[in-house]
Design a protein around this ligand. Structure first.
Ligand SMILES: Nc1ccn([C@@H]2O[C@H](COP(=O)(O)O)[C@@H](O)[C@H]2O)c(=O)n1
Ligand SMILES: C[C@@]1(CO)OP(=O)(O)OP(=O)(O)OC[C@H]1O
Length: 164
């Protein structure tokens, strides 16, 4: 593939959600069995949100809250895979191609590595890119901070885009 180096863009995304009783734990589009789930207006998929912000950030297209306001009833309980697919569509409409995405989830528990491949497949499918171009990692914070105390989870992502 040929491209102008000046057309390469990088984006960074970061998101946090609190853990709450009576909520499903959805991460990377996977419904993970756990005693609590992430709280939010949508399904609170912290990883999908961080990746959407990385993708939108690289295209200078604002952020997830601009596209999907958290006071809009249309997004109550929304499937974040649908939101991520829409974010990818927005940047594509602006003339960008998503080349590569990497990410890390900070969660003290549960163990997330058994779900990594399904998350990568779901995220790649939503963005319309090969699974090889989507990285997902997880870390505890060694019991430090809000993630380490089990109060919530965070996710960070980077995205590399090229303007065609
Ligand atoms: N929720 C998590 C957290 C971590 N992992 C995996 O464990 C490895 C070691 O984690 P440390 O925080 O002790 O460095 C990490 O590299 C992940 O592979 C996990 O699956 N789920
Ligand atoms: C995803 C949206 C959708 O209304 O709501 P939340 O699930 O609260 O998630 P957040 O990361 O706060 O991003 C804002 C919104 O775009």
């Amino acid at each position: 593939m040929e491209f102008n180096p000046a057309a390469i863009r990088i984006g960074l995304g970061f998101d946090v959600h609190a853990l709450a009783e009576g909520r499903k734990l959805i991460i990377g589009g996977v419904d993970i069995p756990y005693e609590r789930g992430l709280d939010g207006h949508s399904d609170a998929d912290v990883l999908a949100h961080a990746i959407a912000d990385a993708v939108l950030g690289a295209a200078r297209a604002g952020d997830i809250g601009k596209l999907f306001p958290d006071n809009d009833p249309a997004f109550k309980g929304a499937d974040s895979m649908v939101l991520l697919a829409r974010a990818a569509e927005v940047v594509r409409e602006m003339g960008f191609e998503i080349l590569d995405v990497d990410s890390v989830i900070s969660a003290q528990a549960p163990k997330l590595s058994p779900y990594r491949e399904q998350m990568r497949a779901n995220l790649a499918d939503a963005m319309g890119i090969p699974v090889d171009n989507v990285g997902v990692k997880a870390t505890t914070t060694e019991h430090l901070g809000f993630e380490g105390r089990g109060e919530g989870m965070s996710a960070q992502a980077v995205a590399l885009l090229v303007r065609k």
